[in-house]
Design a protein around this ligand. Structure first.
Ligand SMILES: Cc1cc2nc3c(=O)[nH]c(=O)nc-3n(C[C@H](O)[C@H](O)[C@H](O)COP(=O)(O)OP(=O)(O)OC[C@H]3O[C@@H](n4cnc5c(N)ncnc54)[C@H](O)[C@@H]3O)c2cc1C
Length: 373
């Protein structure tokens, strides 16, 4: 079976990997380079962590996510996960960190509340006075996205997949024809659209399910007094209240990075290509959100800021839709990278066997049955 995949982010690359392993003929079309710095998967690192609200169904799926990454590392011959664990901090009863902690409790997943010694030794950069509690868990870390993309690109080429960079697709015909910007037409048995923030542009009917947002993250130099503490810190998943703030310490060639859900806005005209140039002061704007929770925030120096475009569903669950021979995958809502390898395996299974309903159930967190090859 010949499958054309549109999009070379983590969803498209992982699907190409899993289909190629199953003996399928694959062509992957990416509008930019792989990795594409404008893609949600094109940044240096993304967090993997067990913490999810208890009812979401995603926490148990982390076991499969880790297993799929392990399978990928074995194929790539390199591990692109810095398993440094994760930390989170609560400011108010019932805030997001509290909800995540309840999810850890519910699933019996490991974590430990910080004691006085750990607060002082390991988290001198956190404003402890603002926090009710802090916790650490070993089940998390930083995935090195650029390295994963490059590793998958090389693996796919070595294993006979047809990888085309700088090959924008301008139309997909549900019957199985892909039209490229240069006029080339490809006839495929199956198509997988994994176009991230651009999916709605390609298939406008997706606008009823997907909303495109624009955000940015900033890379910073910490003050020298806490540089060592940051260098060995776990990833920080949540800083309590409604900050929706996360921090990834320097890891895998990427520097210290701050981001917050507060910074996200609707994408202009729902177009992932608009407004992608970061503003001069955007790093400082992001940093300002952390004033109450990070000590001496004014002593951090923004080095670079990058913009991102990504899609959300209304309930922040992942989705798949089928239009005849076209399968659209949207595993984002700001938390999809960690499942990338697992998504690829599940999508390949659905492409091969045709069972889209099971894929949809799994993507929405409602089915954590074991994945069998
Ligand atoms: C700021 C931010 C922080 C995040 N943090 C985390 C985190 O810590 N942990 C986590 O698990 N997830 C996180 N996520 C979510 C995660 O990044 C996404 O779920 C994931 O990267 C989506 O991958 P994708 O392959 O679906 O989309 P993308 O990575 O956007 O890839 C889509 C690709 O399709 C290509 N494309 C689009 N249209 C066309 C076309 N017409 N022709 C050819 N190619 C096309 C694009 O160029 C792009 O390369 C975060 C997202 C953002 C934006």
């Amino acid at each position: 079976m010949f499958t054309a995949i549109i999009g070379g982010g983590i969803a498209g690359l992982s699907t190409a990997w899993a289909l190629t392993k199953r003996g399928h003929r694959v062509t992957l079309l990416e509008q930019g380079a792989i990795p594409n710095p404008l893609a949600a998967s094109g940044d240096h690192h993304r967090i993997i962590r067990r913490a999810y609200p208890a009812a979401s169904g995603y926490a148990p799926m982390i076991t499969e996510a880790y297993a799929a990454w392990d399978e990928m590392w074995a194929d790539l011959g390199e591990i692109h996960l810095d398993a440094r664990g994760f930390a989170m901090f609560s400011q108010h009863e019932g805030d997001e960190a509290d909800v995540y902690r309840a999810g850890l409790e519910d699933g019996g997943f490991p974590y430990r509340l910080l004691d006085d010694v750990e607060w002082a030794a390991d988290f001198p950069f956190i404003n402890r006075e603002a926090m009710r509690w802090g916790l650490v868990s070993p089940e998390g870390g930083a995935l090195h996205c650029k390295r994963i993309a490059l590793g998958l690109r090389d693996w796919l080429i070595d294993h006979g997949a047809d990888l085309r960079e700088n090959a924008p697709v301008v139309a997909v015909d549900p019957a199985g024809i892909v039209v490229l910007a240069d006029g080339t037409r490809l006839a495929a048995d199956r198509m997988v659209v994994a176009a991230g923030g651009w999916a709605v542009k390609l298939l406008p009917e997706l606008a009823q399910d997907l909303t495109v947002y624009r955000t940015a993250v900033t890379y910073l130099d910490p003050p020298p007094a806490v540089a060592q503490a940051w260098a060995k810190a776990p990833v920080i998943l949540d800083l309590g209240a409604d900050l929706d703030g996360y921090i990834i310490p320097p890891s895998g060639g990427g520097g210290l990075k701050f981001g917050t859900g507060r910074h996200k806005v609707l994408a202009e005209a729902q177009d992932a290509d608009r407004n992608r140039e970061p503003r001069d002061a955007e790093g400082a704007e992001i940093l300002a959100h952390f004033r109450d929770v990070i000590r001496d925030v004014d002593d951090y120096t923004p080095l670079s800021t990058i913009s991102c475009a990504y899609t959300f569903t209304a309930d922040e669950r992942f989705m798949a839709r089928r239009f005849a021979n076209v399968l659209v995958i949207s595993a984002c809502s700001g938390h999809g990278y960690k499942f990338g390898a697992a998504v690829g395996r599940r999508v390949a299974e659905a492409v091969q066997g045709g069972d889209i309903v099971s894929l949809q159930r799994w993507l929405s967190g409602q089915d954590s049955t074991r994945f069998t090859v």
